[in-house]
Ligand binder design. Structure first.
Ligand SMILES: [Fe+2]
Ligand SMILES: [Fe+2]
Length: 264
């Protein structure tokens, strides 16, 4: 099974990047399943039903989220009716939505699990123990599972990679919006990358306009961040899984810019 995962889609520029790049990515990698992180899809803050529908119409099969899950109140209207979208599983048990799901595409079944880190992020339940419980349930349906660990600290993400080695097919990080260069297959067959990176404006600061972010750093005063404009870049990974065992055979990073798409 070939699984493509694309990192945090930021605002209208990120959505444009996804729409423009998907045909070329499909042509080159021929993925069976495409999962994207959508926590910043609506102007950098959360996601709406209209945006999720657009993603599914473009061929996305599943959406993961993160700390911005609840930023756009539109989500409360539909999250409980959309099993293709998962939010961090270690949120409060009172929170709407689900933390894991099995995505079915033809005869392929991919479990997706979203978790959020606790280092430099609001307190949540233990992501490690939460992973144990969800994997046990997902593994009753499929050996192939992708984990999106939405976390700030590289140490926490690498720890999760080792913790789940041999139990999840793919463990990738999101949230920092910067792709790391440590892609590898761990000894027991888990494809791992500390952070996938983001999809959106390449000349902003993590996708936001430079001016407001710089103002905040220089003055310490609050500032309203808006999604930057201009050229985009897209970051993701492509993993090839052995379906019977759930082990990853291959992991490749994807980094695409508006300019490189033309030469793709
Ligand atoms: Fe993000
Ligand atoms: Fe985030």
């Amino acid at each position: 099974m070939k699984v493509m995962f694309i990192g945090d889609i930021v605002g209208n520029v990120g959505r444009l990047a996804l729409r423009k790049a998907l045909p070329a990515l499909r042509g080159k990698y021929n993925p069976d399943v495409i999962i994207v992180n959508g926590e910043n899809a609506a102007a950098g803050r959360g996601i709406t039903a209209a945006i999720a529908k657009e993603f599914f119409d473009w061929g996305v099969n599943g959406i993961t989220m993160g700390n911005h899950t609840w930023d756009n109140k539109d989500i409360f209207e539909w999250i409980d009716d959309e099993p293709r979208l998962v939010r961090p599983a270690n949120f409060s048990s009172e929170a709407p939505g689900i933390g894991s799901s099995v995505i079915k595409v033809g005869s392929k079944k991919l479990g997706i699990l979203n978790l959020q880190g606790r280092t430099f992020l609001p307190p949540n339940d233990c992501p490690f123990r939460t992973a144990d419980a969800h994997l046990e349930r997902l593994n009753k349906e499929t050996n192939c599972v992708l984990v999106d660990f939405h976390a700030e600290a590289t140490s926490e993400k690498i720890a999760m990679g080792w913790y789940l080695d041999g139990r999840a097919s793919i463990v990738v990080g999101t949230h920092t919006h910067v792709q790391t260069n440590d892609d590898r297959i761990l000894p027991e067959g888990t494809a791992f990358l500390t952070d996938v990176g983001m999809t959106g404006p390449m000349n902003g600061i993590l996708g936001m306009e430079q001016d407001a972010v710089l103002h905040k750093f220089l003055t310490g005063l609050p500032a309203r961040f808006v999604v930057a404009e201009g050229d985009w870049h897209l970051h993701g990974v492509m993993a090839t899984l052995d379906e019977a065992s759930g082990r990853s055979l291959r992991l490749e990073k994807i980094r695409l810019t508006e300019t490189s798409l033309a030469m793709f």
